[in-house]
Design a protein around this ligand. Sequence first.
Ligand code: AMP
Ligand code: GLY
Length: 423
Amino acid sequence: MNILVLGSGGREHTFAHQIIKSQQCDKLFVAPGNAGTAGIATNVAIGVNDFAEIKKLVLKESIRMVVVGPEDPLVNGIYDFFKEDEALKSVIVIGPSKRGALLEGSKERAKEFMAAHNIPTAAYKSFTAASVEAGKQFLETLQAPYVLKADGLAAGKGVLILQDLVEAKAELEDMLTNKKFGTASETVVIEEFLDGIELSVFVLTDGKNYLTLPTAKDYKRIGEGDTGLNTGGMGAISPVPFADADFMKKIEEQVVKPTVLGLQKENIEYKGFIFIGLIKVGEEPKVIEYNVRMGDPETEAVLPRVKNDLVEVFEHVGKETLDQVTLDLDARSAVTVVAVSGGYPEAYEKGKVITGIDTVQSATVFHAGTTAKDGAIVTNGGRVLAVTSFDIDFRKALINSYQNLEKIDFEGMYYRKDLGFDL
Ligand code: AMP
Ligand code: GLY
């Protein structure tokens, strides 16, 4: 069958890389894609939110499966757009319905869902401009650090963690009254600070059955030792060494099962990934967020460990027969290290020529912000590429990715050299 992957990051290059291995895949399209996907599939210059153009492409190329990478089109209702259209409704769309996507699109909605289904999470209250004074009073009842979350999508910037009460009140005011994050901060969730170590769990569901994919830990800060500004993610390690069988059982019983059952009870159509951000507090899992897609760069470490035919797995998702699939996982660890443009996550330049990708050995380079120009591959984004390696020992895998990154170069290139320092 012909397949379309939506998105342009390392996550989408990884999806494409796995999908083209499938016997079931005839032609693969990526919209809009990057230089990496151009090497293995056909890139089409269509934005992920341009549903009308996506429809034309799907009909013209007889595409039977659409794999949605980022959250934006999901929150905007791409699943429903397909299911409500006579000509498109038989296409398998990997991603939740708009109602399902609200678990990521609204933090308040996610908290309500967790409360309704007894899923462990931080205590919280939410506020609007009309209740800003009540919000300040609520802050006074809490201990530092204070956690403020813009309700809506804010490109990963909507969460503030503040040590000082005066500053927390001022930020709350700024978010609600001055709309610091636009409409995303018309509602703000204030929640209890959870002290512990983070990990992510990935679930693929057809709405009834589910598979738990490998865990991963992402490194979000730009600086070594987890310092500096937040980024989309500077690298990931899978599996997470501290997520032993006992802890995974707790996650499954207390978080994964009630989440999938909750979707069913609320009649929410959900045929896609659930990315659950967790903090291990003592020995207990607590959910900090849901995402309704795979993580980036977590995908670059998680998906290469899945040895199943990915297209066949997605077909089972479409048919709601995921109970017939058994995951076949590579027992080795996988790590991915992200190389970024100088200046990222603040201002950076694009168009820098990238050299050395073809010298990489025993590792896979997944492209993120790259494009082809005048016969060269040049930088085209903040996160430029991710180098994935495998080994029984994640530390050895990291050494391999680092050795390969030394062979890659572009002006201003930066990557963290301390991944795994906390494990
Ligand atoms: P989120 O966008 O909800 O994942 O939040 C971004 C980051 O803020 C998370 O990855 C955590 O590091 C941190 N965070 C979010 N909520 C909490 C919390 N309740 N307690 C401690 N840290 C948190
Ligand atoms: N790496 C974090 C995310 O994809 O949201």
